[in-house]
Design a binder for this molecule. Structure first.
Ligand SMILES: NC(=O)c1ccc[n+]([C@@H]2O[C@H](COP(=O)([O-])OP(=O)(O)OC[C@H]3O[C@@H](n4cnc5c(N)ncnc54)[C@H](O)[C@@H]3O)[C@@H](O)[C@H]2O)c1
Length: 360
């Protein structure tokens, strides 16, 4: 769970104030109102869940891409039905959040009628934390698969230079009385966003996360960003990142095989692809039976015998949901440098500064 009491003093922002702030900055940069709401909701959702690496702090880098002309603030995605259960969204180089939201909404609609819905998204951009798309499906009572590709950061197994993305694999299933299942994981030891966050906050990183440009383990985030991320589980993590590229890149018609552009590279559009599936959970039994079975699984997992030193066992996604419950009431903690960078973005476009509710 995100430790909000750790390290540097924090400035707390109420979720509704974070939402209003992000909407203002986005609108000031030419993002249509509805799209600004969607993007802001997804970024605030990441901060609420403690996925600070993929939240509101991404605003300066996204706005830089708009200014550089490599992300189209005003783009509206378009959807083409391919079969009754399959659709394709062309993001037209707009926000990944908006395109993926449209794609999952359509997949849910199809799943409601046919049991399953699938949407492939092309010419998109970074959509941040995959779990918000999983949550969109959960809110409609659906199971989901949420894949994306991303820019090179990881060597393939046996390779030494960046080729595959640290592309998260995510999926979810509704629970009954217990928490839903939400898996959202990068195929690297740690998400690259955690290195950017450590760099922003002047912190060191564990030495098993990345290698520097000379191929040596490093605890320096700047040196790590010059080198490569390490895959989780050796060849298995590497294979999962290839899998994300097959389903999100090859299949969609977007960039793949190392050609997605890094979100911090101003040279050209990112051309990210996503792959989204919604599945109705009561295809083979009643919904009550499904939920009872999920709750049974939950109990079996969290009540499992604990290894030495472990106080509590969590279901996948549970830690983030607990953080969300806490931050909903306490507010979202940021450090001063992050607030300064966010307010600088607001100032550029004459949007209101972020409202701080308390400091600690
Ligand atoms: N859009 C992109 O290109 C991109 C790229 C990389 C990462 N990301 C995002 O970065 C985020 C972080 O990824 P990550 O791999 O660092 O996540 P993580 O390692 O923090 O968590 C991975 C998964 O493990 C579960 N988990 C973690 N600790 C647990 C515990 N003690 N008990 C039970 N379950 C536990 C989490 O609930 C989660 O489902 C994700 O939201 C991902 O979508 C996005």
């Amino acid at each position: 769970m995100a430790d909000d009491s750790a390290a540097a003093p924090k400035l707390y922002v109420a979720p509704s104030d974070a939402q209003a702030f992000v909407e203002g900055v986005l609108q000031g940069n030419g993002v249509p109102d509805d799209n600004a709401k969607t993007v802001a909701r997804c970024l605030v959702a990441a901060d609420l869940r403690g996925v600070d690496t993929h939240g509101v702090n991404r605003i300066p880098s996204y706005m830089a891409r708009i200014r550089q002309g490599v992300l189209d603030a005003a783009a509206q995605p378009t959807l083409t039905k391919v079969t009754p259960v399959v659709a394709q969204v062309d993001a037209h180089n707009g926000f990944g959040f908006v395109a993926a939201h449209m794609g999952m909404a359509h997949a849910i609609e199809a799943a409601n009628v046919y049991g399953i819905g699938m949407c492939s998204v092309k010419h998109s951009n970074h959509f941040g934390m995959s779990a918000w798309v999983v949550q969109q499906a959960l809110d409609a009572g659906m199971m989901s698969l949420v894949f994306t590709n991303s820019s090179p950061a990881l060597p393939v197994w046996g390779g030494k230079s960046k080729l595959m993305g640290v592309s998260p694999i995510a999926c979810g299933a509704p629970g009954g009385k217990k928490k839903p299942f939400i898996l959202d994981m990068a195929p690297s030891v740690a998400a690259r966003g955690k290195i950017y966050k450590a760099q922003r906050r002047g912190e060191k990183i564990p030495t098993d996360w990345a290698l520097d440009a000379e191929g040596r383990p490093t605890d320096d985030p700047a040196a790590a960003l010059q080198g490569v991320m390490l895959p989780m589980g050796g060849p298995k993590g590497s294979a999962l990142s290839v899998m994300m590229d097959v389903f999100s890149g090859v299949l969609s018609g977007s960039a793949f095989a190392g050609h997605v552009t890094n979100p911090y590279d101003p040279i050209r559009p990112a051309d990210v692809g996503h792959f989204l599936v919604a599945i109705k959970p009561d295809l083979f039994m009643t919904i009550d039976e499904f939920k009872e079975r999920m709750d049974y699984l939950y109990r079996r997992v969290v009540e499992s015998d604990k290894m030495a030193g472990v106080d509590r066992i969590y279901f996948p996604g549970e830690l983030e949901q607990l953080t969300q419950e806490r931050r909903q009431s306490e507010g979202i903690p940021y450090v001063e440098a992050e607030i300064a960078a966010l307010n600088a973005e607001a100032e550029r476009v004459g949007a209101p500064a972020i409202k701080i509710s308390r400091a600690r």
